[in-house]
Design a protein around this ligand. Structure first.
Ligand code: DP6
Length: 323
């Protein structure tokens, strides 16, 4: 007995961040978030349930992964196995497509592609909303990678009503310039970082409160196609998220000197009349939101300080596809 499924999912970058869980088992967030799905980064995953396998085997970029890595995947696939009463082990083959070794291997595209592939292989055949609920239980940000363009993850208050909703197809002049300042793996995972922040930062509640306001305002800016407003909100939201981390104990500082350098260049570009805005996640790399038509000018300016392969341009990307 054997059944297979294969799918592709694109990475996403949050403009209103998800940082903190209300429920760690179910991956329920403390607040809603909003992202842009990217064209240039994606994951393709195949899942085969096979009665002949003695255990789960997980290959990432053609390399067999350790038991520890495989455990996370097995646990996630169990959601599907339990639902459909599947007793078989699985072969999982996953490939991350990133321009250059960007170190941006994303759990968002990873778990979204895995969820979609398992959806077919298990015969569960969930619709996209249900699938975003499943993807969420692999990694919170994966919830949003089910859809393309601008996507909101509504926090909800139970597993059934915490899912993603597409907000806008982003088929207008919008894009991102990603600056890879460090390729190495992050020192503190987002999972650990957000927990520590929730548990110890006195600024955390203030961030959640201001994030709710940011979300309302950014949706209006998106619908108005108002890049200046959208960018200003996203930039502030990201900085405030990092401010909560500075207040944690021990503090969490993801920035490197180059992170600040890019922030300065972005500010300079703005004073030259080019609207562009930075956002940083759980690492030192910087994502710049801008008009796609001006991304080349931005890249050229960054090239005065950084290597060509450190700077990646991406347009908005699509939602999951079945292969
Ligand atoms: C800073 O989704 O990686 O990128 O749910 O624990 O797997 P887990 O965390 P993850 O956190 C992403 C945090 C972020 C902001 C965001 O993408 O919204």
């Amino acid at each position: 007995m054997m059944s297979r499924g294969k799918a592709r999912a694109h990475a996403n970058i949050a403009l209103i961040k998800y940082w903190g869980k209300r429920d760690e088992e179910l991956f329920l967030p403390m607040s809603s978030s909003l992202s842009l799905t990217l064209d240039s980064f994606y994951t393709e995953t195949e899942v085969v349930f096979d009665s002949k396998l003695d255990r789960d085997y997980f290959y990432l970029n053609d390399k067999l992964q350790s038991e520890f890595q495989t455990k996370k995947i097995s646990k996630f696939l169990d959601l599907f196995r339990i639902k459909k009463d599947i007793k078989y082990n699985a072969l999982i083959k996953s490939v991350n497509y990133v321009p250059t070794a960007a170190g941006l291997a994303s759990s968002a595209s990873g778990f979204a592609a895995l969820a979609a592939a398992a959806n077919v292989a298990s015969g569960l055949n969930l619709g996209e909303r249900e699938l975003s609920i499943y993807a969420r239980q692999g990694s919170g940000s994966a919830t949003r990678s089910i859809y393309g363009g601008f996507v909101e993850w509504r926090e909800g208050n139970s597993s059934e009503n915490s899912y993603a909703v597409p907000i806008d197809d982003a088929k207008w002049d919008i894009g991102m310039v990603i600056v890879i300042v460090r390729k190495s793996k992050k020192e503190i995972s987002s999972r650990e970082g957000m927990k520590r922040t929730v548990d110890t930062s006195p600024f955390y509640n203030a961030w959640v409160k201001s994030s709710k306001k940011d979300l309302m305002e950014i949706k209006k800016a998106i619908w108005d196609k108002d890049l200046e407003k959208l960018g200003a909100i996203a930039e502030a939201n990201s900085l405030r998220m990092h401010a909560t981390m500075f207040g944690a104990r021990p503090p969490i500082i993801y920035f490197k000197p180059e992170t600040i350098q890019v922030m300065e260049i972005v500010k300079d570009l703005r004073s030259d009349g080019i609207p562009c805005y930075f956002t940083m996640d759980a690492g030192p790399n910087v994502k710049i939101i801008c008009r796609l038509s001006q991304s080349k000018i931005i890249k050229d300016r960054l090239k005065e300080r950084f290597e060509d392969e450190q700077i990646i341009i991406s347009g908005p990307g699509p939602g999951i596809s079945y292969l």
